[in-house]
Design a protein around this ligand. Sequence first.
Ligand SMILES: NCc1[nH]cc(CCC(=O)O)c1CC(=O)O
Length: 315
Amino acid sequence: MAAAPATLVIATRASRLALWQAEHVQVRLQALYPACRVSLLTMTTRGDQILDRTLSKIGGKGLFVKELETALLDGRADLAVHSLKDVPVDMQSPFALSVILERDDPRDAFVSNDYPSLDALPAGAIVGTSSLRRESQIRQQFPQLKIQALRGNLDTRLGKLDRGDYAAIILAAAGLRRLGLESRIRGYLSIEQSLPAAGQGALGIEILERRSDMHAWLAPLASAEATACTLAERAVSRVLGGSCQVPLAAFAQLDGGTLRVDALVAEPDGSRIIRAHISGPVASAVQLGEQVAGDLLEKGARDILSRLLPADSAS
Ligand SMILES: NCc1[nH]cc(CCC(=O)O)c1CC(=O)O
């Protein structure tokens, strides 16, 4: 292995969640390499600046990653820390996802000041989420509720709830926990009730592919379990051409040496949800994900995707 690094610079977005994640990795790297100076390079991305339109209409998750990648290319930073959920599945050379860290709670959380759960909401109550994945699953189970868009960082979203714009909002439990906001969680949507997004709750570290020194330095941070699970989940999204324009969920769990992968594709209005699952050896994580995606396509996901995506990107 290469000699320990003298300095490491972590590129990060400026949101409180991004900073928590970057600082978490900073602390872990500092513990691994006590003599190294590990610092943060904080930047505001295009995705952070655009608050008035829904993300799915303006080009999606890549918006949050581009500026950070430029810093890697310029040599201003050595690594970028991301919520894995926000990292495009088609990451390409010269960039690489080097390691995936241990996963936090992957579930979606129910947050409300007035109600304990989705079941308790009266007909017509407004639930905030901008995720088509969450929207389709909630609409199928609770057609009497109204779903309305909810954008902004976690503090902004909670502020909109507190202002009374929504009866309840749905957020990733992991993000709330990281910001010390776990007390805002009134309940959890079970995995069955709201199948999570690929990578939800896990952190990924992006570097330049050619930095073999960085790969070696980061390797001790990897979680074998989270890596296997999220490889399968991201394989599902890759085959289905996943983006935030598609209600798509993929979640894998490891039980001994057996990986179980669950996935779904839905009509945004929840009128139809196509599900598939598979179990197999953890060493075949990617193939298991690809197989589940193939099952979904055969069961009707192809029709849904071809309507939701431009003709050439639905496979
Ligand atoms: N979509 C934005 C985003 N990206 C990562 C998280 C939370 C942390 C995670 O899921 O890993 C969130 C907030 C949310 O979905 O409520």
